[in-house]
Write a protein that binds this ligand. Structure first.
Ligand SMILES: C[S@@+](CC[C@H](N)C(=O)[O-])C[C@H]1O[C@@H](n2cnc3c(N)ncnc32)[C@H](O)[C@@H]1O
Length: 311
């Protein structure tokens, strides 16, 4: 006997739903296959706006499969904790001629994907996103900043840069000098220039975390000894000006040339050594020293933009 459910009439009635279920299953299967292949459909996903529409869903699958996430192809809206991108974008909006951005240390690509500058180069020996499909106009160099600067042409130029790589004074200072050799006019934003406390200023990240745990303190704040770079600027770089932003996010120092095209020459090893001999507790005994030129984000960005326009 034929049941009502499997009667031709019932089958016909359920056909649309079965078809939709089948389409849905196919869609999920294809999606999984794409993810396994790095998630780029031969044609459609080359178009970033199409890829972006499915990004949240796809990144969930990639997370389950322990695959690195994909970045959005075009910068979207910023939240309050995107202070680095906000600061760079605020400046970039005033200089529409800026076309090239360099970021040293890109990590998960949060800032890199959010900066509104057409061509972006990111440098990191261990980026934590799928570098095969970078955002539109972006390229990623999977190498250290030293290797990157050793291999690019002397004529390579950027309009603005963000230094957020290895947070030691030695590396960050070298990055600053190297970056200025490839910037004619624009500024450099340096991350984490003001430590939260003595423990966050320990240059070795793991050691800093252990010291914090041993002291019974919570959190994983770490800034390294990048603060020494500002002392080096203060003592040996009269050709540069800077402001340290203290509100609306992590303290960062924005640095620019006083005069367009002036050379930024590295301090000597003896000058560097003398700054390395300073201790955090002495330098910060009365709070952040005047050498940091601390001010609000708005004032720092306004001062920098005015100086760039005038020079
Ligand atoms: C704090 S994270 C960068 C965060 C990122 N700029 C952002 O805003 O989301 C620091 C990154 O620097 C990278 N890094 C470490 N040593 C480096 C080096 N020598 N050159 C370039 N990047 C480096 C690390 O792999 C890490 O991803």
């Amino acid at each position: 006997m034929t049941s009502a459910k499997s009667s031709p009439l019932a089958r016909l009635r359920h056909a649309p739903r079965r078809l939709l279920d089948q389409i849905d299953r196919n869609h999920q299967r294809i999606e999984r296959e794409y993810v396994e292949r790095g998630y780029v459909r031969k044609y459609a996903d080359r178009i970033g706006s199409i890829r972006d529409k499915r990004l949240v869903e796809v990144n969930k699958i990639r997370y389950d499969k322990r695959l690195p996430h994909l970045l959005v192809s075009r910068p979207g809206a910023l939240t309050d904790d995107h202070w680095s991108a906000r600061r760079i974008n605020t400046l970039a909006a005033q200089f529409p001629g800026w076309k090239r951005y360099l970021e040293i240390g890109i990590f998960e690509g949060l800032t890199f994907a959010s900066v509104r500058i057409r061509h972006r180069v990111g440098v990191d020996p261990r980026p934590l996103f799928d570098v095969r499909y970078p955002p539109r106009g972006c390229s990623v160099r999977v190498q250290t900043s030293d290797d990157y600067f050793a291999t690019i042409r002397a004529t390579e130029r950027f309009d603005v840069a963000f230094i957020d790589g290895l947070h030691t004074a030695e590396q960050t200072y070298r990055d600053v000098v190297n970056v200025f050799a490839h910037l004619d006019h624009g500024p450099v934003l340096i991350d984490d220039t003001v430590p939260l406390d003595e423990i966050s200023a320990i240059p070795d990240q793991e050691e800093s975390y252990l010291a914090r745990a041993r002291a019974g303190l919570e959190g994983r704040q770490w800034h390294g000894d990048v603060w020494r770079v500002v002392l080096l600027l203060d003592r040996h770089h009269p050709e540069l000006d800077w402001r340290t932003m203290s509100d609306r996010g992590n303290p960062q120092t924005l640095v620019w040339r006083r005069h367009r095209g002036s050379h930024v020459v590295s301090a000597t090893p003896a000058q560097f050594k003398s700054v390395m001999e300073e201790s955090y507790s002495d330098v910060f005994s009365n709070g952040t020293p005047g050498a940091f030129r601390t001010t609000s984000e708005d004032d720092a960005l306004r001062t920098c933009a005015a100086a760039l326009r005038a020079s």
